[in-house]
Design a protein around this ligand. Structure first.
Ligand SMILES: [Cu+2]
Length: 439
């Protein structure tokens, strides 16, 4: 069971020993691409979201979008009542090519009127999706056909222009591919929608009037339920971020340096590509980042706002009060264990604390909170991660798994076959697991 995990860990370790990233890059470059033709743009993968299919009518690509209430499981123990499209929140990802004629037929199954705005698209005014300005509000039960030719390329998005509907989740990626892939060509292309939600404990409906967000999602999931981005060591990777919400999100990638190659208005000239490892994705903005995945490992990708990489544990507490007096190790652990037992997760026993911890003002902060839920979020993309990897994965966060070629091929095969490897029993790398911190 853990043999392959061990193999993955040791292979990553071995590759690290080789050191020099450029050497790794050269070594793997030939095998880095799965692409038949590097001048054809890659389809964008938006983890945890579906792509929207289309039909062709006289050369026009026709998409059907249904605006409707959606139940979205954002965490293993939390499903919210949001609004979205085609049963999904965010809505399914639309991908078309520069120059395409597209028709997007919106059917409104919401209990109120709506319309869709195509954010940043230079299209005829009548297609802009502004109720009372460019069109009549689309009444519940009725439809409206948007039709235009796209002449831009880049990372765009669609959304309801009604603010409260936006905060209920009515957004989706709209990728406009260039006719020829941008150079240098990428080997992996991902899209991620950033959203935030205010959902009180034991509630399911977001409070769209609140300014205090307790759930923050990548593509409609909080970590550790977010699906990792799987990339081959040495490959060139693009990740596209879109932010619709009330906060700006500084998105940080571990272990790599990237450049921002695009904004919500399309490709940036190369002269703008300064090195970064954190990109601020402002409200209503898109940012494309690109990097060479030359550093093997399981790298965090997350918003760096501290409250944005936390989950709302109050939901696990249910109607119990968090007892802040429970700072004694035994009592705190007992309390956390009852929570964990309730939901079937593993309360990790536990990151070490100092003997005199209670004498220190401010204690505890993160102590006692480690809660692993590897089984609850098991999926092929997580195969090979160390035991309790999920314990510190929270909020607006995912992993970029930079895997050596053979291991990359293994995980991709598992994804195709839907194979989930059994959870490993050993804890590895243990950045959180020093002496005294058993399993
Ligand atoms: Cu954030």
């Amino acid at each position: 069971m853990s043999s392959r995990r061990t193999f993955i860990q040791s292979a990553i370790g071995a590759a690290t020993v080789l050191g020099c990233p450029s050497r790794l890059l050269g070594m793997n470059r030939k095998r880095a691409s799965d692409r038949p033709n590097s001048s054809t743009p890659l389809k964008v993968i938006s983890p945890d979201l579906q792509a929207l299919s289309f039909t062709i009518d006289n050369g026009v690509k026709v998409f059907q979008l249904t605006a409707e209430p959606v139940k979205r499981k954002i965490a293993p123990w939390k499903t919210i009542d949001c609004w979205g499209f085609n049963g999904s929140c965010p809505g399914p990802t639309i991908q078309v090519n520069q120059g395409d004629r597209v028709r997007l037929i919106l059917e409104n199954r919401l209990p109120e009127s709506t319309a869709i705005h195509w954010h940043g698209l230079e299209i005829p005014y009548a297609m802009d999706g502004m109720p009372y300005l460019s069109q009549k509000p689309i009444a519940p039960g009725s439809r409206f056909a948007y039709e235009f030719t796209v002449h831009q390329n880049g990372t765009f998005f669609y959304h309801s222009h009604s603010p409260m509907q936006q905060m209920m989740g009515m957004v989706g990626l709209f990728i406009l591919h260039p006719q020829q892939a941008h150079t240098p060509a990428v080997d992996h292309d991902f899209g991620v929608v950033l959203q935030e939600w205010a959902v009180l404990p034991n509630n399911t409906v977001p409070n769209t009037a609140s300014m205090e967000w307790n759930w923050l999602t990548f593509n409609g999931a909080v970590s550790p339920m977010t699906t990792p981005l799987i990339v081959r060591l040495g490959s060139r990777v693009r990740i596209r971020f879109v932010n619709i919400g009330m906060d700006h999100h500084p998105i940080h990638l571990h272990g790599h340096t990237f450049v921002v190659t695009g904004t919500e208005a399309g490709r940036q000239p190369e002269t703008m590509w300064g090195p970064m490892n954190t990109v601020l994705v402002g409200v209503a903005q898109a940012r494309d980042i690109e990097f060479v995945a030359n550093n093997p490992g399981e790298w965090m990708l997350h918003c760096h706002m501290p409250h944005h990489n936390m989950n709302a544990m109050s939901d696990l507490l249910g109607d119990r009060m968090m007892m802040t007096a429970d700072t004694e190790d035994d009592r705190a652990l007992r309390q956390m264990q009852t929570l964990a037992d309730d939901v079937g997760f593993e309360h990790v026993h536990h990151a070490p604390i100092a003997a005199g911890a209670n004498q220190v003002p401010g204690f505890p902060q993160d102590a006692f909170m480690d809660m692993g839920m590897d089984e609850a979020v098991a999926k092929p993309q997580n195969n090979g991660l160390p035991r309790n990897w999920s314990a510190m994965m929270m909020g607006m966060m995912s992993l970029v798994r930079v895997l050596p070629p053979d291991l990359y091929d293994d995980v991709m095969r598992d994804i195709r076959n839907g194979y989930i490897s059994p959870a490993s029993s050993a804890t590895d790398h243990s950045n959180h697991h020093n002496e005294g911190g058993g399993e």
